[in-house]
Design a protein around this ligand. Structure first.
Ligand code: BG6
Ligand code: MG
Length: 216
């Protein structure tokens, strides 16, 4: 193969955690006296925890919170979120995701996770996916959020592969931008109307084969 590695975003690519993030953020918003829609929730995809909170507080018209208050709110949301992901099972892996990662490895490609989530280790353990990745770069090991390429560049470095030889799989606009900014090839998971900067877009990892990656 011409490419050497695949770097996978986690939320929305390997597993659909968006519904749990939504439920937990909604509960927080409701406690603060307002609500937001599932459509607004789309804007939170790929966005870090604190940046998500800022967006949500903006939707509720809440201003002037101290940093300490914001950390308390984000912690409260994360407690509910971790309760929900604690009950996840491998049945929640998105269709074809596990098989596709295995096929990449069987083709001699290195594999890594590149996610904004600080809960990545818990989710990988719950889904029993840890053994399928040579490296895991997540919200605990990066300082600059996507679209900064840091998470993917660190992934390529950990795999010992140059960025141009990596394909990044992402469902978020900011994530595709991060991969492009890092000089990597891109496959969007979702809709081509949204992921306009991706080289190829499929609805899920069940809709792509490893040989197609060499045509990118
Ligand atoms: C991203 C999700 O993968 O991780 C975002 O798409 C989420 O919705 C972000 O806010 C941070 O996740 P966590 O688990 O660290 O709160
Ligand atoms: Mg994602």
């Amino acid at each position: 193969m011409k490419i050497k590695a695949c770097i996978f975003d986690l939320d929305g690519v390997l597993v659909d955690t968006a519904v749990y993030h939504y439920k937990a953020w909604k509960r927080l918003a409701n406690e603060l006296g307002f609500d937001f829609t599932e459509h607004q929730n789309e804007q939170l995809k790929g966005v870090s925890r604190m940046a998500s909170l800022d967006l949500i507080l903006g939707w509720g018209g809440i201003k002037g919170m101290s940093n300490e208050q914001k950390i308390e709110l984000a912690d409260r949301k994360n407690t509910w979120y971790t309760e929900m992901i604690g009950a996840m099972t491998p049945s929640e892996i998105l269709p074809g995701a596990r098989d596709f990662v295995i096929a990449c490895r069987n083709a001699g490609l290195k594999t890594a996770i590149g996610s904004a989530s600080k809960n990545t280790p818990t989710i990988l353990q719950k889904l029993d996916l840890q053994s399928l990745f040579n490296a895991v770069i997540d919200g605990n090991s990066v300082s600059a959020p996507k679209p900064d390429p840091e998470v993917f560049l660190k992934g390529a470095e950990a795999l010992g592969v140059s960025p141009a030889d990596c394909v990044v799989f992402e469902d978020a606009v900011a994530g595709i931008e991060a991969a492009v900014n890092g000089g990597m090839k891109t496959v969007g998971i979702g809709s081509p109307e949204v992921l306009t900067k991706a080289e190829k877009v499929v609805s899920g990892l069940d809709k792509i084969t490893v040989v197609e990656l060499d045509t990118l």
